[in-house]
Structure formats: C-alpha cells, structure tokens
Design a protein around this ligand. Structure first.
Ligand code: PLP
Length: 368
C-alpha cells in the first residue's frame, strides 16, 4: 500500500464541478486583478476568522512582509519569534531590515515559550511574531498580556493555522495583524501562491491595502514605497469555493490524528502531538517525536509511506542568519526537535486502512 504525505487530487475531485466554471468565467471576462472575487473572499474570510477586515495578498510570506511594513518595523527594530518554524517567519523580518530575536520552544507543542519572551525584550523590541506551528495556537493569553505591558505589536504567523482556535478565538484574531498562506499544502490551499492579512484595525487595513499596490490606493499616487503583493482573482475564486468545505476537512484531519494517537498509545518509543486544553488543533501537520528519527524516515521511504521533517535546521543555525550571532546550543529544544521529529500523512481523505498501515508499520519498526 502506498501512502503519500499529501495527495491533493481527492480534494480537487470534491470541488471540481464548482471551481471550473468560476475559472472559466474569469478567463472569459479577462478580469484577473483584484475585483469582485477578491472583495468577496476578503469578506468571507474576515467573517470566518472573526476580524473586522481581511486583505488578500500574493503569499503568506508577503502577508508577513506587508504586516511588518504596515507597522513601520524596519532597520533598528527587533522582533521576537521562534527559531523552529518555516523560513519565511524570520526571513520576512530580515527582509524589512529588522532583527529576529529568538526564544526557544516548548518540547511538547513545539510552540514558542511565552515565558521566555520578556527576557528577550530590549529597548529595540517592536513586535512579537508568534507562529501557530503545525496548526495549534501559541499560548496567546499571556503573550497578549506581555505585548500590552511592553507596548509591543503582535503579528501572528497563522500560515499553518486557519481555523485553529484558542479559548474559542480564531488564530489571526488576536494580534495587530494575522498572516495566512494559501500555499497548496496548507489546510486551505489555492492553485498556486496566495495569502491574506487579517486585522481589526481599520487604519491598518487601509495601510495594508495601499502597500499591496505599490504604496498608494489612487493609481500613480504613491504615499510610500510598497509592493506588488496582490492575490489573483483566480486564486481568490478557488479559495471561495473551498472555504465551505474547510470545517469538514479539518474534522477529517482531527479524526486521522486521533486514530494515530490510539495506534501509538502503547508505544513507549514515540511521543504523539499534544493538544493543549482550550485549544483547537487543525493538524496542518501531525508531528511525532522519535529518537531514531533518521532510521525511521529511511524505513518509511522503503515502505512507500510519505513523511517529511519540519524542520531539519533551526533558523538560528542558518547561514544567512550568521550575523545574528547565535550558535549551536543556544536553543536546545528547537535543535532537539529538528533532530527527533517526523511528520506523517494526515490529509483528510486518507482512509482508515492507510492510517492503520502507517501506524502498524511504525509500531513494528520501533519494536524491532
Ligand atoms: C507556509 C508558511 C509561510 C509562508 O507562506 P507562503 O505562502 O509559502 O509564502 C510562512 N510561515 C509559516 C509558518 C508557513 O508554514
């Protein structure tokens, strides 16, 4: 039995009848840039997340860049974040000329340790960028308290966390700006690149809107230097068709996760993902911890079971961030996670049989 890490085709089969006419209509009308489909998507997503506004943009990375720019974060500023995340989190901070200040992660959730944030604050700190990694929210209550106390902005990297909740509040509805990605491997993916910023601040929404189109909302009038960071009408249409399915797809991922948890319950060699009380994990990734990770990875490849390592090298150890002055050993939990974690297939359309096969293969391997 082959089990891919991710197969988008069964999801496409569910939306094909609805999405093809949308795409054809856009092509027939030759109206590709912004327009009513982007407006519609923005109102649907802001309603879904529970924020006043949403702004579609070209990718999750550009959502982070737009947020940083709209909050005037740049040279001389520091942003506190996690070294255990996708590159774009810290990449966007560096891109605007600011400095990423890392704090280590919790060993059970892989999320940033909120109790380490205050120690990392300096007079230059301007913002905190929590990452709701793998689909579970960071401990947002104490994080927002710290931000308030020190007058710091909060940019949520919610690129893996659409629909994830903390005390009933959605990821992306806590901070000044929430940043989302519609990259195909995310829980709500488009047919290419796409992203979105969410915010409750109307002035910030206006600023983001200008920055999305070269820094001005009136054509050829530039208030500042922005980006070309629009989302395509085509991608907006795809997301609008998919959005009504998101809740059931999320349930599918959660059902798969709980089946894995059951299968691994008696296996002392494996630590399954932890869902903290009060949080709603959407399992963009289902990530195990296992000591002989590389051997397991090779074994799964041999058995034609897809898996991946997120992320094999912490960001403080990346060459491009050498100038930040960090060294191996600075964030031991992040480094240990890089060496001992493995992500398994979790997409909603997996069959119970496939999950059992993955679980039994892993249990047989760790017992051997
Ligand atoms: C995917 C992702 C991004 C970047 O999103 P893109 O749409 O690929 O640019 C940023 N941060 C995290 C945590 C991500 O998983």
């Amino acid at each position: 039995m082959k089990v891919p890490l991710l197969d988008l085709k069964p999801q496409y089969a569910q939306i094909k009848d609805k999405v093809i006419p949308e795409i054809l209509d856009i092509i027939e009308n030759q109206a590709f840039i912004l327009g009513p489909r982007v407006d519609k998507l923005e109102s649907e997503i802001s309603q879904y997340i529970g924020t006043k506004h949403a702004l579609g943009c070209s990718s999750g990375t550009d959502a982070l860049l737009l947020a940083l720019m709209a909050l005037d974060i740049g040279p001389g500023d520091e942003v506190i974040t996690t070294p255990y995340t996708f590159f774009a989190t810290a990449g966007s901070i560096a891109r605007v000329g600011a400095v990423a200040r890392f704090v280590d992660i919790e060993p059970d959730t892989f999320l940033m340790r909120v109790d380490q944030i205050e120690k990392a604050i300096t007079p230059k700190t301007k913002a905190i960028m929590p990452v709701h990694l793998f689909g579970q929210c960071v401990d947002m209550k104490p994080l927002m308290d710290i931000a308030k106390k020190h007058n710091l902005r909060v940019i949520e990297d919610a690129c893996q966390a659409i629909g994830s909740k903390y005390d009933g509040v959605q990821a992306g509805a806590f901070g000044d700006v929430g940043c989302f990605s519609f990259f195909p491997s995310k829980n709500l993916g488009c047919f290419g690149d796409g992203g979105l910023c969410s915010t409750n601040n109307s002035a910030l929404q206006e600023r983001l809107k200008g920055l999305r189109v070269h820094g001005g909302q009136v054509q050829y009038q530039h208030l500042e230097v922005g980006l070309n960071a629009r989302i395509d009408s085509l991608q907006a249409a795809v997301i609008s068709v998919k959005l009504p399915h998101l809740a059931s797809w999320t349930e599918g991922r959660r059902r798969n996760a709980s089946l894995y948890n059951k299968l691994f319950a008696g296996n002392s060699k494996i630590i399954t993902p932890v869902e903290k009380p009060g949080r709603f994990h959407i399992y963009n990734q289902y990530v195990l911890r296992v000591e002989n990770r590389d051997a397991l990875k090779a074994h799964l490849a041999e058995k034609e079971i897809g898996c991946s390592v997120y992320y094999p090298l912490s960001l403080h150890q990346q060459n491009c961030f050498a100038s930040l002055g960090y060294h191996k050993g600075d964030f031991p939990e992040s480094e240990r996670a890089s060496e001992t974690t493995i992500a398994l297939p979790i997409y909603p359309e997996l069959s119970e049989e496939q999950i059992r096969f993955v679980g039994e293969t892993i249990n047989a391997f760790t017992a051997g």
